[in-house]
Design a protein around this ligand. Sequence first.
Ligand code: PLP
Ligand code: COI
Length: 356
Amino acid sequence: MSKISIELTKSPKAKPADESSLSFGTIFTDHMFIMNYDKGEGWHDPRIVPYAPISLEPSAMCLHYGQEVFEGLKAYRTEKDEIQLFRPDQNFKRLNVSNERLSIPAIDEELALEALKQLINIEKDWIPRQKDTSLYIRPFIISTDPHLGVRPGHNYLFMIILSPVGSYYAEGLNPVKIYVETNYVRAVKGGTGMAKTGGNYASSLNSQVEAKEKNYSQVLWLDGVERKYIEEVGAMNIFFVIGDEVVTPSLGGSILDGITRKSSIELMKSWGLKVVERRISIDEIVEAYRDGQLKEVFGTGTAAVISPVGHLRYDDIVMEIGDNKIGRISEKLYDEMTGIQWGRVEDKFGWTIKIG
Ligand code: PLP
Ligand code: COI
C-alpha cells in the first residue's frame, strides 16, 4: 500500500463555537485527502494536505460531462469520547460500484479507508460533541483532463473533505412532509440511479425547488417507465409499515443501495419483524392508507438518519400518517441505529470501527 504523506496547516481555523446551531455541509475542516490518477501511472501520490481550493482547467472534463462520483458517511464521537465510523468499508465498496458505472478507474478500498482513518485522526477535534451532531465525510472523484471530446477521462482526482454537521432536515426528528413527484423522474433501470453521481442530483433540483415552494421537504420518486412504483426520496431510501409488515422497494438498478437501508433491514429482522423488499405501487400505499393499514412511513440515509414522514401527498390525495408523530417502529429503529452509531448501544453486528 502506498504511504500517505502528510502536510499540516500552519493556520488552523476556529472551530464552530455554537454546536447547537450546526446545519448541514457549510463548514469544512483544516485538512483534506487527495490522490491523483493518470493514465499509465494509475492512482498515485496519496496525501493529506491543508484544506484549500483546487485549480482546474476550464476545459476539465468533469465540468462538461459530469464524470463525477461521491460518497457520504459520518464520524461519531461517543459519550466515552471515542471516535467511530459506521460501515465505512461499505461506502468505499459502493464508490467502486459508482466508479464502474461512470467509467472511472477503481480505487484501492483499503488505501481509501486507511487514508480516511488518518485524516479523521488529524481532524478529531472537529468532531462535535453536542447530541445528534457528527462529522460528515464526503469522498468524491472527478475527471480533470483538459479535453472537450466525449470519452472517459485519463486524469482524475480522488478527494475526501470533512464537515461538522447537525440535522439534515430542519425538522430534526419531527416528521417531514413529502410529496409524490408525478411530473419528473429521477432514474430508469439501465441509467445511473444505482450510482452516487452528481447528475442524479442535478436533475432532481427543479423538483426539490418546487417541493420547497409548496412547503414540502423533498419528493418521493416513482419509477421512470410506468410512473407507478415507488423508488426513493431525494436523499434517502423509503420504508412503509403496512399492517404488521415493513416493506421497502427492492433494489432494481434505479435506486441507491443505501447503507442505512440495508442496516435497518438487518436490525428490524433481528427483532423478529417481517421486512420485505419488493415492488410497491403508489396505489397500494393509498389503498393501505384508506384501509387504515398504513401505520408508519420513514426514510433512511446517512445525512437523514431515520426520518419519519408524517404527511405524504399524491396529486390531491393527502395522507396524514400516525397523527404526524413518529411511529413505534421508526422510533425504535432511530434509537437503535443512532445508539450503535454514537456508541450508546452495543454493536452486535460489528458495524462500527473505532479510530485513534
Ligand atoms: N438515496 C439517495 C438518493 C441518497 O442520496 C442517499 C444518501 O446517501 C440514500 C438513498 C441513503 O443512502 P445511505 O444510507 O447509504 O446514506
Ligand atoms: C448522504 O446521506 O450521505 C447523502 O449523500 C445525501 C445527500 C446529502 C446528497
